[in-house]
Design a protein around this ligand. Structure first.
Ligand code: EPS
Length: 362
């Protein structure tokens, strides 16, 4: 029922926001990778709620328990099962919407699909599920880094109409937004404070970039690297669009501009976002993801209840005014998982091909 993705690296997540725990099984990780609960801490804290006033104030420890697949600190090649317990769910916040559908939320489509739903915290549709994507992504990031020197990192590239004036990686981890322009952070803080007070929400764009990806990863025709990245990103809650490289801006470009020319010293541009014909070119893989504004709002909205009556819908509880504020580590994780899966698939089919000349520097 599509709770699993990936082919050679297969990730299955399970659990609901207000159940006892959430978890995942990562199957296909090669043996011998050093892995400890502490490896998960940094990325899980980067994604977690309650780390600033600009996100949901739910307080979870988000401590990862490794249940299987690791022996004496190394992966064994068997399924790696990870568990995170839910300790701060407040289900009564959802009493008021148990019989009604939040406009813009999956409440209505889950109801239509399954004939019932778990209204507590959005159940399986909750962004709580992304905790386990990030946990699985930690394994992929670590393997990619150690085995191939690949670095996957992202930043918040737009929030509402605010766009960073400069992109400085050093700033990204020094503010609660993953914003790459340190000078602009006070403006962002004021924007978010006003937004929170208004009770409304806003959309966002995340950019995520993988550097060090060698040429050759990605499987034409139906397993294209860009197709699988797009599918992975679109599976994140609230994602509404994905671009690779110049994405939709390509519509207005001429071929003479868009084609990435090359010299013996390297490629001269990267409009393609590091992927040609569904296969990595050796340039940076550049991905952009659009997130819609949060639909759980305390501002009253017109809607219907489960009996079809017109009702007012008001959502109480601890919601994110902008899901994009916490989405950077989630997008990084999804990109890392797709890349590791494709790396293993490339190794399986083409491992004997080796390095092919000429290799144009990225
Ligand atoms: C979420 C609503 C809130 C957030 C949650 C995502 O959930 P609840 O009302 O159940 O606390 O706190 O985020 C997390 C718990 C998390 O860990 O990301 C939603 O509707 O998606």
């Amino acid at each position: 029922m599509s709770n699993t993705f990936g082919r050679l690296l297969r990730v299955t997540t399970f659990g609901e926001s207000h159940g006892p725990a959430i978890g995942c099984v990562v199957d296909g990780c090669p043996p011998g990778l050093e892995l400890a609960p502490e490896d998960f801490e940094r990325d899980l804290q980067r994604r977690a709620t309650g780390r600033s006033r600009h996100t949901s104030q739910r307080r979870e420890q988000d401590a990862v328990e490794i249940l299987s697949g690791v022996y004496e600190g190394r992966t064994t090649g068997t399924p790696i099962a990870l568990l995170v317990r839910n300790t701060d769910a407040r289900s009564k916040d959802y009493d008021g919407i148990a019989d009604r559908f939040r406009p813009g939320h999956a409440d209505y489509t889950y109801w239509q699909k399954y004939g019932l739903r778990d209204p507590r915290g959005g159940g399986r549709a909750s962004a709580r599920e992304t905790t386990m994507r990030v946990a699985a992504g930690v394994i992929a990031k670590k393997w990619l880094s150690l085995r191939h020197g690949v670095l996957v990192r992202g930043y918040l590239a737009q929030i509402g109409t605010l766009v960073p004036r400069e992109c400085d990686w050093a700033s990204v981890e020094r503010n609660p937004f993953f914003w790459p322009d340190a000078e602009q952070v006070p403006e962002l803080e004021s924007f978010m404070d006003a937004l929170r007070k208004s009770g409304d929400s806003v959309g966002a764009r995340i950019s995520v970039i993988a550097s060090g990806v060698p040429p050759g990863w990605g499987e034409p025709v139906y397993g294209k690297l860009d197709a699988e990245i797009a599918a992975a990103m679109m599976s994140i809650n609230a994602a509404k669009g994905v671009e690779i490289g110049d994405g939709f801006a390509s519509v207005m470009q001429r071929g003479s501009l868009h084609r990435d020319e090359a010299s013996a010293q390297g490629f001269l541009s990267n409009h393609a976002g590091g992927i040609l014909g569904g296969i990595s070119s050796g340039q940076q893989v550049v991905v952009s993801v659009a997130f819609k504004p949060t639909s759980s709002l305390r501002l009253p909205a017109r809607g219907v209840d489960v009996r079809g009556n017109e009702v007012e819908v008001v959502t109480t509880g601890r919601h994110d005014p902008c899901v994009g504020v916490r989405a950077t580590p989630i997008c990084e994780a999804m990109l890392a998982l797709v890349l590791m899966d494709q790396a293993l698939r490339h190794r399986a089919q083409c491992g004997d091909v080796g390095e092919v000349a000429p290799r144009i520097p990225g």
